[in-house]
Design a protein around this ligand. Structure first.
Ligand code: G
Ligand code: MN
Length: 287
């Protein structure tokens, strides 16, 4: 039993006020080239006594099924945009994604609020922010969610459908919700190489995403074999412990600089798709 059974959203907001919440960043890569295509911002609680805690240890987060933002969406986006600006200052240009619940998009004039954040950081290109939408079981507001996403996308912000396949994900969800990426949930990646049904599911999600012109990224890639299998199935982008664990902002520039990827993956991509061109010209720049 963890120590946080009694914690509530109030104490997390207190923790934020005390400056105990920090963002860690987990790289996402193009498997063929070994280039970082972005990072996902993941919240950590620097607890004064217990040390660094991840969201799974926040009882309130478990309750709300929102392991990353738990209602601190404004703080999370602000922190991410400021981080994009800070990395830019030292010559690193890399997109940052933030987890958002669909329901959080339809509160408090989200688009206007986001516009205001970017006005405070005019040096940040809006295409550098990506919002990962955690699937919603609330169908009634979907039209409103789509309208907010459409407006934010028109301003340049990118969107991903996160944890795809786990919650409410009908065919119409991927068809109707405009997004740049679909993220395959790690639940399906876990046994990809041993379970033919999971492999089939991953294949279906990839086909579905491509049908609607979404790019596909797999999360929870923990082994070279899983990455190689994903490449065979047509998925080019990955995130997971096989690539890097979430890390402090200060550690990212040197990680980006030294990461080379796996030869198995670059060779696999060449074999899979003779005409495939990796995003070599898009390596995040680092002075
Ligand atoms: O679903 P979402 O992308 O928001 O999940 C991010 C969470 O998953 C983070 O807390 C991160 O630490 C964890 N995570 C990231 N990569 C891996 C992985 O390869 N394996 C497992 N088991 N968890 C991972
Ligand atoms: Mn996510």
């Amino acid at each position: 039993m963890n120590r946080f059974a009694g914690e509530d959203a109030g104490s997390l907001h207190e923790a934020r006020r005390r400056g105990e919440l920090v963002m860690f960043y987990q790289p996402k890569v193009d498997m063929a080239s070994g280039m970082a295509i972005g990072v996902e911002a993941l919240v950590r609680w620097h607890h004064p006594i217990l040390g660094l805690l991840c969201p799974a240890m926040f009882e309130v987060a478990i309750k709300s099924r929102n392991p990353v933002t738990f209602g601190l969406i404004h703080w999370a986006i602000h922190t991410a945009v400021k981080q994009i600006a800070d990395w830019k200052k030292i010559g690193l240009s890399i997109p940052v994604s933030v987890n958002v619940m669909a329901s959080e998009l339809i509160n408090d004039n989200f688009c206007e609020w986001l516009d205001d954040v970017f006005k405070q950081h005019p040096e940040v290109n809006r295409t550098m922010l990506e919002l990962e939408i955690v699937e919603s079981s609330n169908l009634s507001n979907l039209e409103q969610v789509i309208s907010v996403i459409t407006r934010c996308r028109a301003a340049g912000v990118k969107f991903a459908l996160d944890d795809f396949g786990t919650g409410y994900s009908s065919l119409s969800y991927v068809r109707n919700v405009p997004a740049d990426y679909v993220k395959i949930d790690r639940m399906f990646v876990k046994d990809l190489t041993t379970n033919h049904q999971d492999r089939g599911l991953v294949q279906l999600v990839i086909s579905l995403a491509h049908l609607f012109d979404r790019k596909v990224i797999a999360e929870g890639v923990e082994s070279i074999e899983q990455g190689s299998e994903l490449i065979k199935l047509g998925c080019k982008y990955a995130q997971g412990y096989a690539i890097a664990r979430p890390m402090a902002a200060a550690d990212l520039p040197s990680w980006v600089h030294q990461y080379k990827g796996y030869p198995e993956w670059s060779e696999g991509c060449l074999a899979h798709e003779a005409n495939y061109t990796p995003v070599a010209d898009k390596r995040p720049s680092l002075c």
